[in-house]
Design a protein around this ligand. Sequence first.
Ligand code: F6P
Length: 319
Amino acid sequence: MKTIGILTSGGDAPGMNAAIRAVVRAAIYNNIKVMGIRRGYNGLIYGDLFEMDITSVGDIVHRGGTILHTDRSEEFKTEKGQKKAKNIIEVFGIEGIAVIGGDGTIKGGKDLAQMGTPVVCIPATIDNDVNCTDYTIGFDTAANTVLDAINKIRDTVQSHQRANVIEVMGRGRGDIALYAGVAGGAEHIIIPEVSFDLNDLCKRLIQGKDRGKQSHIIILSEGMYNVNEFCLDIEEKTGIETRATVLGHIQRGGNPSVFDRILASRMGYHAVNLLRNGISNKVICIKNNHITDIDINKALTMEKAFDNELFDISMVLSI
Ligand code: F6P
C-alpha cells in the first residue's frame, strides 16, 4: 500500500488528534504516504485533501478537537455523494482510508467498503456508544471534565445546602453520567438505560437531608427531561432549593487524558498495521485492555450489555 487517506467525522472528541498523529507517524514510518481529508466525508466529496508529513502532526498529541476539522455529511449518504467521493479517492490514488469517529462515521466507513475502498474505523466519541469496543477515544476525558464540574458545583451546593441537577451529554447512552456520577459521589444518576421514579428520588433526597446531608447532586442524561422543569418538580416535592447546570459542549473539548492519548496511539498504530498487511473493513476495538478489530458489518449490529452492577453500586453508595 503506497497511499492512505485519513479523516475525522461526526462530533469531535478529545484524543482525535492523538489518533491522527499515530496514523500519520506509523504510516510514514512504513513508507506510506498520507493524505489528510478535511471536514470528514465532505472533504472526500469536494476534494479537500493535503499531504501530511511528520511535522504536520507535531504539537497536537495534547490538544482537543481535530486538526482535520469534522462534519456530519448528509451528502455522503446519497449515491451521488458517494460517486463523487469515489472519484476523488481514485484521482488521489488512495488505496485505503482510516476514518475516526462514532457510529455515524463507522456507517460511512461501511459505505466506503461497499464502494470497494479498503477502510479501517477508529472509534472516537465522548458518548462511548460504539458497541464493539469497551471504550471509545474521548469518553474518559469527557467523564473527567464532568467530574471536575461536579467537584466545583458540589462546593457551592454544599455552601447553600441546595440540590443541583447537572445535565450531561451522551446521545442516548448513559455512560458519561454513570461513570462521572459514581466517581463524583452523585446522590442520584438518571440515565436512559434504567427506569426512573421522581417520587423515589425525592424520598431519597428528603431522607438524606433529614440525616444532615448538606449537598445533593443529581446527574441527568441529556434528552430525558427539561432540566429546568425537573428542578421545579424536585423543589416542590422536597422543599430543597434546586438549581440546574447544563454542561453542554465543554464536555467535548480540553486536553485528552492519559487514557485517551494511549488508547488513540494504540488504535492508530493498529489501524496502519491492518492496512499495510492488506486487512481492511474493520473497526478497531479495545476489549479487556487488548487492542483488536472486528468486521464493520458485525460491529454495526452488535449490542453492548449495560453495566447494571455499576448502577447498583451508585444506588448503594449514595444512600
Ligand atoms: O455525539 C457527541 C455529542 O456531543 C452528543 O453527546 C450530543 O448529543 C451531540 O454530540 C451534540 O451534537 P452537536 O455538537 O451537533 O450539538
